[in-house]
Design a protein around this ligand. Structure first.
Ligand code: SF4
Ligand code: SF4
Length: 433
């Protein structure tokens, strides 16, 4: 086996790069950072073990077995191991790629395949279809059926994942995408023009968060362009091993956003930000490098953008409160953004930040992981909520909708007395109308 013949027992399409698995020197620095290793104590469920499995497949010492498939999906893709690794090994990304291999080696049955393809290839790429698909859920809430369901014993009969998914639902409003003006003008002295990437979960589940993000950007002196045609960033596709659809969404979004003359493309969703920044990598063999680099150079998480530009605090209202901050994995580990949200929090008048232990430890959400592995997810969440509780802070702040759904569900379930907010919702409270 050589670096020039890297596929081994992998299928040729979307195989992990041999160089990437070769870097591991088995030092074990990653082990204490890995939630699935902490849960199981099992080497194969650690970053080092997972990389060893992938390397064995690449070196034709192992077939792509059920065990490799299981580890690919059991990995949270939280990237904590990437932050810890002195050799730059990215075990989470290797496992993400192995998920597409898993679908090639172990194809679903007819019905499962049709369902998967409908969700990933028809529904998620279509903002209209996604909005329509949420209508029954909004009716379920509006007509009081949710109240009846929650106050009866019926959910006890449902599978655990279904009961959790129901319990996680926030109060749904009309999707934001159809309500946001195409351009929201800057307030006060103008500092530039940005495009806002409105994520799918944001528009459908947390329209109030993104409404605040746009309001904050305008208050900070930026014209905000929100292209309503934007499609899903492709993060769910990468996570579910459909790299082909992720690439086609990436190409669409690059064309769309580069057609706007803006200084930056801003997102308030850590998962979207990480996926948008990875377009360069997933398209490197098929797209023009300069366009990819230009697109990549414009992507900013909202906290990264505000910290870079300097938060204007003149005229802000006092928000007298204590907060603690949970770092979304796809912000701190995937994008290296850790100090910026704290910087913003410290600058909001009246806010006292109380650091929690293990702030960058995963909350156990991780796209659909928290539903597939509901018991393990509950254990990971308990650790997080315990750390948040110990701070005594009134508000638990985060910066990613997946974390927000999981944390909000956790505090409701356990009766923990903490409000869960996105950073932009908190900052929005300081901004006068
Ligand atoms: S993945 Fe990195 S940190 Fe973990 S054992 Fe290998 S080299 Fe060490
Ligand atoms: S990405 Fe997270 S769960 Fe996966 S191996 Fe790394 S630390 Fe463990």
């Amino acid at each position: 086996m050589s670096a020039s013949d890297p596929k081994g027992n992998f299928k040729p399409q979307d195989a992990p790069r041999y160089d990437d698995v070769l870097q591991c020197m088995r030092c074990g620095f990653c082990l204490p950072t890995c939630p699935t290793y902490a849960l199981t104590g099992r080497e194969r469920s650690s970053p080092r073990g997972r990389v060893a499995l992938a390397r064995a497949v690449a070196e034709e010492k192992l077939e792509f077995t059920e065990a490799v498939k299981e580890e690919a999906f059991f990995c949270l893709d939280c990237r904590a191991c990437t932050t810890a690794c002195p050799s730059g090994v990215r075990a989470g990304e290797v496992m993400e790629i192995c998920r597409s291999q898993a679908h090639a080696f172990y194809p679903l049955g007819k019905a499962g395949k049709a369902f998967r393809e409908f969700i990933l290839r028809k529904m998620l790429p279509s903002p209209e279809l996604m909005e329509t698909s949420m209508l029954p859920t909004r009716l379920y809430q509006r007509l009081g059926i949710q109240w009846l369901v929650r106050h009866s014993k019926v959910l006890k009969l449902a599978p655990e994942w279904m009961a959790k998914a129901e319990g996680m639902l926030p109060d749904l409003e009309k999707p934001l995408r159809t309500q946001l003006p195409e351009v929201v003008p800057a307030r006060g002295e103008k500092r530039g023009r940005v495009a806002f990437f409105l994520g799918c979960v944001m528009t459908l589940m947390y329209p109030g968060v993104s409404r605040q993000t746009v309001r904050v950007l305008a208050h900070q002196g930026f014209d905000v362009v929100t292209p309503a045609q934007a499609k899903c960033c492709g993060a769910p596709h990468l996570s579910e091993g459909d790299r082909e659809t992720a690439r086609s969404l990436a190409r669409f979004n690059i064309d769309l956003f580069l057609s706007h003359d803006v200084d930056a493309i801003v997102t308030d969703c850590a998962g979207c930000g990480a996926a948008l920044k990875e377009y360069e990598e997933i398209l490197e063999e098929i797209e023009d490098h300069d366009r990819l680099a230009l697109f990549r150079s414009k992507i900013r998480d909202i906290s990264e953008f505000l910290a870079e530009k300097g938060l204007r605090t003149e005229g802000m209202r006092q928000v007298k409160t204590t907060v603690t901050y949970h770092e979304p994995c796809h912000l701190c580990h995937a994008q290296g953004i850790s100090s910026q949200p704290r910087e913003i929090l410290r600058r909001i008048p009246g806010v006292e930040l109380r650091e929690m232990s293990e702030s960058s430890w995963c909350c156990g959400s991780a796209a659909t992981w928290g539903l597939k592995y509901s018991e393990e997810s509950r254990q990971v969440l308990e650790r997080k909520l315990g750390n948040a509780r110990q701070t005594g802070a009134e508000i638990l702040v985060t910066a990613n909708p997946g974390c927000q759904l999981q944390l909000a569900w956790g505090v409701r379930e356990t009766g923990q007395k903490q409000e869960v907010l996105h950073l932009m919702e908190l900052l929005g409270r300081a901004i006068p109308d």
